[in-house]
Design a protein around this ligand. Structure first.
Ligand SMILES: [Zn+2]
Length: 358
């Protein structure tokens, strides 16, 4: 999805209706981009912003991708694009103490009170993974959506639209960008299958082995922050190089965008970690109940088990019990508890079946 045309080739109906809305002067001021694909969630807002502010659009409304505003947007230097993203530490967007409280909703909103300095005069606000706004932040933001400042375009993105207040959803035009491929990147998470294999089949009633598996999982989880930052740095390396001589305000903008993307990338990796862990136990439970491997949705996750010879056995009951522990962990980790404590408790309860002991 490099430019508008390639986006429209992938999503013809949506692309066409957005272009037509733009040409008719009816492009909405608030859009909610819904996609389970995190790269789409970071990439598409740039294209949508270009559609809104391009100085030299094609006759059909498509942005040129080359004019001053298109280039500034592409390079993360559009002076009136403001980004709000969950910080990687709290995984949350909060309302904030006052306008100067960084990375908060108040700070973000204060940017829209000043007049625009960008060519064309548009201000663009992007809220990445807006479902991570807590409820008071969502309520506060709702007021802005109800009475938007002039010449502002808000682009919200989410992979979990159900976590948003219905009143936020209904204020926005919903742009759903589906992505049907759901494979896990087992290269990035190469350490997980071996740890999970041990936890599932070798740690039974063994506290030390359970602890050991927990430590392994915690290590993987703990490496995600660095991994996210490396990925995003690599993505921006070329542009950072050519930006060496930028004045400090522009440099700050660029840094802000990189920081926002890093927060989103971290959340994506963390979500994938949890999905793989869940898929591991879910696939095993299916096979234990008699599902043939050809019908598994994610055999790549359990390949090490499927290909083992002899393949360690597990009863359907035992597999179901472990799956429910995994489901519980996913639930717990979606609230703001310590990752480390939750993963330890999980690994120990998989290894040691307290119910069976009575
Ligand atoms: Zn343009």
């Amino acid at each position: 999805m490099n430019d508008w045309r390639s986006f429209e080739a992938a999503y013809p109906l949506l692309g066409r209706s957005l272009r037509m809305a733009k040409n008719a002067g009816r492009l909405g001021h608030s859009h909610l981009v819904v996609s389970s694909n995190a790269s789409i969630r970071t990439r598409f807002p740039v294209l949508l912003a270009q559609l809104a502010v391009c100085l030299d659009p094609a006759p059909d409304g498509a942005p040129c991708g080359r004019c001053e505003t298109c280039s500034l947007l592409e390079n993360g230097l559009y002076p009136d694009l403001f980004l709000l993203a969950p910080t990687s530490k709290s995984r949350e967007i909060v309302i904030g103490k006052d306008d100067s409280d960084p990375d908060t909703l108040r700070n973000f909103e204060s940017m829209f009170h000043l007049s625009s300095s960008a060519p064309g005069g548009w201000k663009i606000g992007v809220v990445q993974d807006c479902d991570t706004m807590n409820e008071s932040a969502q309520n506060a933001f709702l007021k802005t959506l109800e009475e938007p400042p002039r010449s502002c375009l808000f682009i919200l993105t989410t992979g979990h639209p159900a976590s948003l207040l219905p009143t936020i959803r209904s204020r926005c035009q919903i742009l759903t960008l589906t992505d049907n491929v759901c494979r896990y990147d087992m290269e990035t998470f190469a350490a997980m299958p071996d740890i999970l294999m041990r936890l599932t089949f070798e740690a039974k009633d063994d506290l030390v082995a359970g602890e050991d598996c927990a430590a392994g999982l915690i290590e993987v989880l703990g490496s995600l922050g660095d991994m996210a930052s490396e990925t995003v740095q690599a993505r921006w390396a070329d542009r950072l190089k050519s930006a060496e001589n930028l004045e400090s305000a522009a440099m700050k903008l660029l840094e802000k965008r990189i920081e926002g993307e890093t927060g989103c990338e971290y959340l994506r990796l963390r979500e994938e970690f949890l999905s793989i862990l869940h898929a591991w136990f879910a696939q095993i439970a299916l096979v234990a109940e008699g599902t043939p491997r050809e019908l598994l949705s994610n055999p790549e996750v359990v390949r090490v088990w499927l290909d083992a010879s002899p393949r360690p056995e597990i009863t359907p009951d035992e597999a179901a019990r472990m799956l429910s522990e995994a489901e519980n962990l996913v639930r717990v980790l979606n609230t703001n508890v310590s990752d480390e404590l939750a993963v330890r408790a999980f690994a120990l309860s998989v290894a040691i079946d307290t119910q069976a002991r009575g």
